[in-house]
Design a protein around this ligand. Sequence first.
Ligand SMILES: Cc1cc2nc3c(=O)[nH]c(=O)nc-3n(C[C@H](O)[C@H](O)[C@H](O)COP(=O)(O)OP(=O)(O)OC[C@H]3O[C@@H](n4cnc5c(N)ncnc54)[C@H](O)[C@@H]3O)c2cc1C
Length: 301
Amino acid sequence: MAMLEQALAAGIVSEEVPLGPMTTYKAGGNARWFAELGHGTQLQELVGSGLPADLEVLVIGRGSNMVVSDSGFPGLAIKLTGEFADVSVGEGHVRAGSAAPLPRLARQVVEACQTGLEFFVGVPGSVGGAIRQNAGCFGVETADVLIEATVIDLRTGHVSTRAAEDLGLGYRQSNVGAADLVVDAVFQLERGDVEDARSRMKEITRWRKEHQPGGTLNAGSVFKNPEGAAAGEIIDRLGLKGMSVGGVSVSTKHANFFVATQDATATQVAELVAAVKAAVLEATGTKLETEIQFVGFDDEH
Ligand SMILES: Cc1cc2nc3c(=O)[nH]c(=O)nc-3n(C[C@H](O)[C@H](O)[C@H](O)COP(=O)(O)OP(=O)(O)OC[C@H]3O[C@@H](n4cnc5c(N)ncnc54)[C@H](O)[C@@H]3O)c2cc1C
């Protein structure tokens, strides 16, 4: 593709770049083409006139809700960095670049004596990933605090500011599609008690250490919770904690987390997900839906 040839020659795009290290599972193959963009000018240069319709695209945040296939991703993967991780706290709101890590965002807000984003402290993703997935925990989700997001349509290069209500935010979902790139977002803040906010963040961190398999390779909750139930509890009740495929196993600490060894493969993650899903369907009739995003796989998960 002429456009990619030009971007390669300009040094904006590289070929055959491993995506595994950019994900929390640390598994998976290469992106056929890869662009790490740290400035608006680079982004404009690459996508300003839109990307070809037949080029598959993937936006990668902090890779904390994603499994990349061992055969890699056959298209162009884009990762934002540099100025796209900037955070600027104003009075009653904060503007954050889509690459800003959520725990840092939560802390910066509290350091600026404002509150409202403490729940982000334990979610190891980026602002862009949080919007796409409507990330949340402890009864708060991104939709509750988001005012608007700047989104580029990668097919046309068109930039728009979309109000939270127009982003189709639902339980771990949005209408941000594969060819939409969130550039930045504005969140609502409160003038709450900062000491309370600090305690809340400490409590969230403590709770996670106690209940989740911290320090392991995983991508958070594998399955969405079905209506009125917790996926982890269903899996636990079936005695599937510890079930494994190769180097990937159902965490013994939290059954909706599948933990991997350093040498585990993405195929093993996918196989364990399929096996647990099948076991739950057979035993309970419940069809679990995955929360983690499978990238570059032929089969649906
Ligand atoms: C230990 C652990 C705990 C977790 N706890 C929680 C939790 O409590 N609550 C929760 O909701 N999630 C949780 N997660 C999952 C994950 O952190 C969130 O879903 C997070 O929002 C994903 O952000 P990311 O940047 O890592 O996205 P990625 O994994 O990089 O990508 C996820 C999806 O978002 C898209 N995306 C990423 N950036 C952009 C962008 N700039 N523009 C457009 N699309 C983009 C990707 O294309 C992909 O479809 C946890 C994960 C781990 C590993």
